[in-house]
Design a binder for this molecule. Structure first.
Ligand code: 5RP
Length: 232
């Protein structure tokens, strides 16, 4: 997605922000553009507080001058704006490409409204071309990987490929902000998302999975010309 298209989506999301809101700040390159635009609006007098969903988003928000509130001090989150790796039917999402799915889901689930900002390439009929990230506890992660494989097969995925995410150097495991590992599960298609989600959630050792179901109610699709606003 070109920067311009991401910015179109982020800019359209900004129009949902009102004075006095507490905002969940998503993670990933599109969410970062939203945070930067939010910082400019704050410079112009907008009064909001942000709850970042990752250390990286926190850094971007601090740099942009967005006032932050500690997540433990928050009693109400009005709106969360976040990106996604795929958007399927009924706005079921795959998230976690940046490894922030746990915190993103905690904050989205606590928000009055989640707006998802994407470009057209993220819209799919059936989720699953993008490997599903699953965050797991480090203890027993090999056992957990086998259980994830079994759960995906039981839910109808043929021959899922489960790969532990590594750091860019390719030698050390990628570790999330919360200290967990991630398995990227390539299934080619995830037709039964609700069944897969509940099977994955039932595995001890799975901290969270990247299927976001019934969370986003508005999806903003950035285009070269502007932004399409989709509502459920
Ligand atoms: C991070 C995420 C991101 O929202 C997702 O990966 C999309 O990122 P981008 O806007 O860079 O395409 O879920 O965990």
């Amino acid at each position: 997605m070109s920067i311009n298209v991401k910015e179109q989506a982020a800019r359209a999301a900004l129009s949902y922000v009102e004075d006095g809101m507490t905002l969940g700040l998503g993670s990933g390159s599109t969410a970062e553009i939203f945070i930067e635009l939010l910082g400019l609006a704050v410079d112009d007098g907008l009064k909001v507080r942000g709850v970042p969903t990752s250390k990286r988003s926190e850094e971007v928000a601090l740099e942009a001058g967005v006032p932050l509130i500690d997540v433990e001090q928050v009693d109400h989150i009005h709106l969360t704006v976040d990106g996604a790796d795929e958007v399927g039917s009924e706005f079921a999402l795959i998230k976690g490409g940046g490894g922030c799915l746990l915190r993103e889901k905690i904050i989205a689930n606590a928000s009055d409204l989640m707006i998802c900002i994407v470009d057209e390439s993220k819209l799919v009929e059936v989720l699953g071309a993008y490997p599903l990230p699953v965050e797991v506890d480090q203890f027993g992660f090999t056992i957990t990987a086998k259980k994830i494989f079994d759960a995906l097969v039981a839910a109808g995925s043929e021959d899922p490929q489960i790969v532990q995410r590594m750091k860019k150097n390719g030698r050390e495991p990628f570790v999330t902000d919360g200290g967990n590992y991630i398995f990227d599960c390539a299934c080619s298609a995830l037709p039964r998302v609700r069944q897969i989600a509940s099977r994955l959630s039932a595995i001890p050792g799975v901290v969270e999975h990247g299927l976001f179901i019934d969370l986003a109610r508005i999806v903003i699709v950035g285009t070269e010309e502007g932004a399409d606003i989709l509502e459920l």
